[in-house]
Design a protein around this ligand. Sequence first.
Ligand SMILES: NC(=O)c1ccc[n+]([C@@H]2O[C@H](COP(=O)([O-])OP(=O)(O)OC[C@H]3O[C@@H](n4cnc5c(N)ncnc54)[C@H](O)[C@@H]3O)[C@@H](O)[C@H]2O)c1
Length: 193
Amino acid sequence: MDWKNKIAVITGASSGIGKATKDLLRNKGCIVYNLDLKRPKEVDDYLILCDVSKKESINAAIETIFTNEKRIDLLFANAGVHLFATLEETTYEQLESIVAINVLGIFYLLKKVIPIMKEQKKGSIVLMGSDQSFIGKTGSPVNDVYRSLDGVQPMGRVGKPEEIAQSVAFLLSDESSFTTGSLFAVDGGYVCQ
Ligand SMILES: NC(=O)c1ccc[n+]([C@@H]2O[C@H](COP(=O)([O-])OP(=O)(O)OC[C@H]3O[C@@H](n4cnc5c(N)ncnc54)[C@H](O)[C@@H]3O)[C@@H](O)[C@H]2O)c1
């Protein structure tokens, strides 16, 4: 794949997995817009401060990018939050905030970007999920997380953001051209054990 000057949009690329993917794609020659609530530690000329839970914020960010670049080739909807709590511990406000960021935010983004990609007749989208989506649980998820950090993954360790970024880059690339609508686990074997 020729990555040079491809226009990519990553949400939540000021830290963690989003940042690792942003760095990887930029090293390949992509122009990567970072839509995040917070500024990264380093200077980022392509940062657009954006709250993905607000459709006005996403609409304005995507319109700015489209005005600048006239296309969007790649989208990685990565921004998201975790809450480690049981149903009884979770407040209405916490649930509403998580749904707004992790669910509605994806809808707002796709609603704005898909028409652009359809018009171009080309585009790749990767949506971030969680291994926890596959697993029904009772008891305290906090304990599960600790166990996870201790090496519940069959590979005996947690993944590095750079490792997730490599898989995201593959899914965004032309090399995965016959992959679509797939759930792609990058979890050290966690969900298949
Ligand atoms: N790290 C893990 O083990 C893990 C596991 C499963 C899934 N995930 C998912 O991967 C994604 C990235 O995780 P991470 O570990 O890199 O997290 P992180 O907290 O390091 O980074 C998340 C980024 O999203 C940004 N963000 C949060 N809310 C936002 C909002 N409303 N609008 C715009 N930006 C917002 C944050 O500012 C931050 O830069 C998340 O969706 C997370 O749920 C992570």
